[in-house]
Design a protein around this ligand. Structure first.
Ligand code: SF4
Length: 312
């Protein structure tokens, strides 16, 4: 067996920053810290922090007044920020700057009286946060069929934004339909689908054709990981999204000569390596890492970390 190890894969700059931020917060303030939603959508990462004593909550009412609270990489709505202030929580914002970019675009378009079409997945933390910036102005669509049911006219001011972790191809189909129906539609100068999503999808789409099976490391609720798995399937390969080596099933590899392994932006390298080790040990696999694109993106830690530490 040969294993093609996609590069880039795994942690992106936003996930790195959010995890480092929580590590640093634990170091400075102890582990009695609360995080609103999962810090990143990955079971392995969340378990590690839970084992260190961090509490993940879905409602700020669960957080004792005055506690330290982290906002996850996916961002939050202004309503959540206001709720945190009302409970006197010491908030540290680990929102990825590329998610913040979409929030700022939503605010700008809403101020300019645009009707904003947000392309994204209903219920995803990032979509909830972005919609919360201008709830009166934003309409969510997921598919080209959703676009058909919009009732705007050619005279309406319309702009579109996208969730950062969509399938480029699927989002492209929705955008094409939007442009056909509303030729006046505008969009931000730079795409909202982020560099990490784009690069990981590019690597899988280039390499999957050379593989018999595609394995993507990532959690089921990780949007960008799921998109990678779907990409493998769309190319006609059996594709599996797994949280770790323990989920691999021997029969998946019965006739596999080449296996593509990649990982979503929230999946740590350790789970990739455990998976590769299992394939080495069980199938005598040779591993070839294939670099499709280099990444050199880093985001600074939130300033609140320093400000809160100085105030203590
Ligand atoms: Fe930021 Fe993209 Fe990573 Fe999401 S996937 S945290 S938007 S860099």
């Amino acid at each position: 067996m040969k294993v093609l190890l996609a590069n880039p894969r795994g942690f992106c700059a936003g996930v790195n920053m959010a995890i480092e931020c929580l590590d640093e917060a634990i170091l400075r303030f102890g582990s009695n810290i609360y995080v609103y939603h999962e810090i990143v959508h990955n079971q392995h990462v969340v378990n590690r922090f839970q084992n260190q004593g961090v509490t993940f909550v879905n409602s700020l009412d669960e957080v004792p007044i005055g506690s330290i609270l982290l906002f996850s990489a996916h961002g939050v709505s202004p309503e959540v920020r206001a709720h945190a202030r009302s409970r006197k929580l010491k908030a540290i914002d680990a929102t990825c700057p590329l998610v913040t970019k979409v929030h700022l675009e939503a605010i700008r378009y809403a101020q300019q009286n645009y009707n904003i079409i947000l392309i994204g997945h209903e219920g995803h933390d990032e979509v909830i946060g972005t919609m919360g910036e201008a709830p009166q102005s934003i309409t969510l669509v997921e598919t080209p069929e959703d676009v058909d049911s919009l009732s705007f006219t050619p005279d309406d001011k319309i702009a579109y934004l996208t969730q950062t972790t969509l399938s480029i191809e699927e989002a492209g189909r929705v955008i094409d339909r939007l442009k056909t129906r509303f030729p006046q539609i505008v969009s931000p100068p730079k795409d909202d689908i982020c560099y990490a999503t784009t690069n990981r999808q590019e690597a899988v789409s280039k390499l999957a054709a050379n593989a018999d099976v595609v394995i993507i490391l990532g959690s089921q609720n990780s949007s960008n990981s799921k998109r990678l798995m779907e990409l493998g399937s769309a190319i006609g390969r059996p594709a599996y999204l797994v949280d770790g080596a323990h989920e691999l099933q021997t029969e998946w590899f019965a006739n596999a000569k080449t296996v593509l392994v990649s990982a979503g932006a929230s999946a740590p390298e350790i789970v990739v390596q455990e998976c590769v080790d299992l394939l080495r040990n069980q199938f005598n696999a040779e591993v070839e890492e294939v670099v499709i694109r280099e990444e050199h993106v880093n985001f600074p830690l939130p300033k609140e970390l320093r400000v809160l530490a100085n105030a203590q």
